[in-house]
Design a protein around this ligand. Structure first.
Ligand code: NIG
Ligand code: FE
Length: 395
């Protein structure tokens, strides 16, 4: 018998479990249950099924017919930064193209910020995300680009999440503009030594104007040797070697995947590497959308995330990303909800989140809607009415 308190969330109009044991057809990944209930024991899910078959519990909580989905897993964000880039956004909306060069503006502001200011910023954007249903998030360094500033960013991030990513290789530091090889040596040497204890993942922006395929391979291989697992900013602004490298190195995720050849799609479909699509970036840079349909039809696993950062995608809203993915990237509402929950979990190689199954963390989002489809059907409407994380109601 459990010693913790059990709560039965009941009168759920429709419940997305992401558990194929509840699937009504072989193509149903959501494992949707109507007239459902969920038993929470401490911080875990103990049971999910039809309310009529629910086991007894210490207390009951009435969901009042609302739809319930797993908490969103935002597997790609850049929250440790200072300042914003309103002027750059305005210029883009007047026709200027996005370029990685804008990252330098945020690097300067972040280096100049106090620890307290950075901490306050992370807290603010996390609260914002939580109110919109995000119960797990990954976040990166990458706006420090010195050993001190990268390690500081990771220390701050790790106070808020276990999913922390070392991105010293975001761009070549402006201090090394004349000697990129020396910067790669720093990122794979002293900076890695200082950062590895604070991170789970290592990432690199593999792109023209950032790091080429050989540099990216060297950086990720060095990180792997220090026990960090790779993920890659790949094929965002142009075709390039990033996706193939991700598959070669068994990266958990290739992120962006906007410009893909057929060989890139095959590489993703035939590897464990998740394709993480970030529609907030295409929205905010007025770029062509990634083709989720092509990836899904080929059999690749697709995640959806915000990429929240002050340059290319200043949104913390997973519902917004879902709506964009459905409208503009060829996803069905069911696929988009799966990708924003179970897909994000796969991109973090986690099985304890992104699903409502016995043993999973009790992360639930209650929607002011009869169905999860409304997240795409009613874009821009604040449908997230309650968020439960680890069995505790947070909003
Ligand atoms: O994922 N592409 C690289 N990094 C971010 C953008 C960072 C910035 O513009 O500040 C991204 O889109
Ligand atoms: Fe990013």
């Amino acid at each position: 018998m459990s010693s913790s308190t059990t709560t039965l969330v009941t009168n759920i109009g429709s419940l997305v479990t992401n558990d194929t044991a509840h699937a009504e057809s072989p193509t149903d990944n959501l494992g949707l249950i109507h007239d459902a209930a969920v038993l929470i024991d401490g911080d875990r899910i103990a049971w999910a099924g039809r309310a009529a078959a629910a086991p007894p519990a210490d207390t009951a909580y009435d969901a009042k017919g609302r739809a319930v989905i797993p908490g969103f897993v935002d597997s790609h964000s850049h929250l440790v930064f200072a300042g914003d880039r309103t002027q750059e956004f305005n210029a883009r909306m007047s026709g200027r193209a996005y370029s990685a060069g804008g990252i330098r503006t945020t690097v300067a502001a972040t280096r100049a910020a106090t620890d307290e200011a950075l901490e306050a910023n992370v807290t603010r954007y996390l609260r914002e995300a939580l109110r919109q249903g995000t119960t797990t998030f990954e976040t990166k360094s990458g706006y420090g680009l010195t050993t001190h500033d990268e390690a500081r960013a990771l220390r701050i991030a790790s106070r808020h999440t276990d999913e922390v990513t070392y991105l010293g290789a975001h761009i070549v530091s402006p201090d090394y503009a004349d000697d990129p090889a020396a910067y790669v040596a720093l990122v794979t040497g002293e900076m890695l030594d200082a950062c590895a204890p604070h991170a789970r993942w290592i990432d690199v922006f593999c792109e023209k104007g950032a790091f080429d395929g050989d540099q990216a391979r060297a950086i990720l291989t060095a990180g792997k040797a220090r026990g960090l697992h790779p993920r890659i900013h790949a094929n965002q602004l142009s075709h390039g070697p990033g996706v193939q490298l991700a598959a070669e190195l068994d990266a958990a995720s290739a992120d962006h995947c906007t410009h893909l050849t057929d060989a890139d799609v095959d590489a993703l479909a035939n590897s464990r590497t998740v394709a993480t699509l970030l529609p907030g970036a295409e929205f905010s840079t007025r770029a062509a959308w990634p083709d989720a349909r092509r990836l899904l039809d080929a059999g690749a696993t697709v995640a959806l995330s915000t990429d929240c950062n002050p340059g290319s995608s200043f949104t913390s809203s997973m519902p917004f990303c879902i709506a964009l993915a459905v409208r503009d990237m060829g996803m069905t509402p069911d696929e988009a909800i799966w990708s924003a929950t179970a897909g994000g979990a796969a991109a973090l190689r986690r099985t304890d989140i992104g699903r409502v199954t016995p043993g999973a963390r009790a992360d639930l989002v209650l929607l002011d809607a009869p169905s999860h489809v409304h997240l795409a059907y009613r874009p821009g409407v604040p449908l997230v009415s309650e968020v439960w994380r680890g069995g505790v109601r947070t909003t």
